[in-house]
Design a protein around this ligand. Structure first.
Ligand code: G1P
Length: 296
């Protein structure tokens, strides 16, 4: 067992344009679109809080101010709800703003995921931290971030969440080249962002959770634009690998890509089916929808 520095900070990049969810995302950040009854972003902040992360740094872009508003306490709303007897709702509103200490940095230009993470350099400082992409929601208890902290405690080094993916879709992701290191854990030998299928070193693709040492920032400063002409986090990690070990962890849990309309719908449905208070009504609704298919 390697003793590891406690991980206190999470960076959540939320500066993207949300192209796959236009036109909604013209005025509503995709990170605030609901999965069942809570914004996607809140699931991610809850996952961070469960992993004892104290500070959440959200990278936003000009025009996405409503993200900061979401995390601001709203005592007037809370007391109005409490006065009308909606105590449980008041508590849910209060909880959204008090899960962790949330701060914001602005990425002024959309230069890529690596650049977004680099924007948080001063806010993170000289300590290891996690990066959580809010498009990727993983349903599991314990959460994927808690699982990764466990891997970090055992192996040290950086940790990247990965999942086996059908070969036809590997070109949409970062892909790792690995050697086995433990149960569900691999030593990373190399990484490549969005390779064509024939150049992919494996079908283990990166899911948006990373535990990284602060040295990643120097690497990102040296990273040239890569796939899509953007500064890629995956390319920064390739430079990091020259001096720092990185592990890939095949996490437990089901992953949802909530950055598309159908991904959001699927996550909402499956979450509603998994929850006791919504299961019955959702099953009945699905039955009705199936019966009426073709009628509208
Ligand atoms: C980003 C990363 C990619 C990773 C993916 C996971 O890609 O660059 O390596 O596999 O997230 O969701 P994006 O989805 O922003 O194109």
């Amino acid at each position: 067992m390697i003793s590891a520095t406690p991980i206190r900070k999470a960076v959540i990049p939320a500066a993207g344009l949300g192209t796959r969810l236009l036109p909604t995302t013209k005025s509503v950040p995709k990170e605030l679109l609901p999965i069942l009854d809570k914004p996607a972003l809140q699931y991610v902040v809850e996952e961070a809080a469960e992993a004892s992360i104290e500070q959440v740094i959200i990278v936003t872009a000009p025009g996405k101010e409503s993200i900061a508003a979401y995390f601001r306490p709203d005592p007037r709303l809370e007391s109005r709800l409490a006065r009308s007897g909606a105590h449980e709702l008041a508590e849910r509103v209060r909880r959204a703003a008090s899960l962790a200490e949330v701060s914001f940095v602005i990425q002024r230009q959309p230069l890529g995921l690596g650049h977004a993470v680099l924007t948080a350099k001063d806010a993170v400082g000289d300590e290891p931290f996690v990066v959580m992409l809010p498009d990727d929601i993983v349903a599991h208890s314990p959460g994927v971030t808690s699982q990764m902290l466990e891997v970090h405690r055992e192996f040290g080094g950086g940790v990247v969440a990965v999942a086996p993916t059908p070969w036809e879709t590997v070109h949409n992701y970062g892909v790792v080249d690995v050697s086995p290191a433990g149960e569900r854990v691999y030593r990373i030998n190399g990484l490549v962002e969005k390779p064509p299928r024939e150049k992919a070193p494996s079908n283990l693709t990166i899911v948006g959770r990373y535990l990284l040492p602060p040295q990643i920032f120097e690497c990102l400063e040296r990273t040239a634009p890569g796939a899509k002409g953007e500064i890629q986090l995956t390319d920064g990690m390739s430079l990091l690998l020259e001096d720092h070990p990185l592990y890939a962890y095949e996490f437990l849990g089901r992953r949802y890509d909530t950055g598309t309309p159908l991904g959001l719908l699927r996550a909402s449905l499956e979450f509603a089916l998994a929850r006791e208070d919504t299961r019955g009504a959702t099953e009945a609704m699905l039955q009705e929808v199936t019966n009426h298919r073709g009628e509208c």
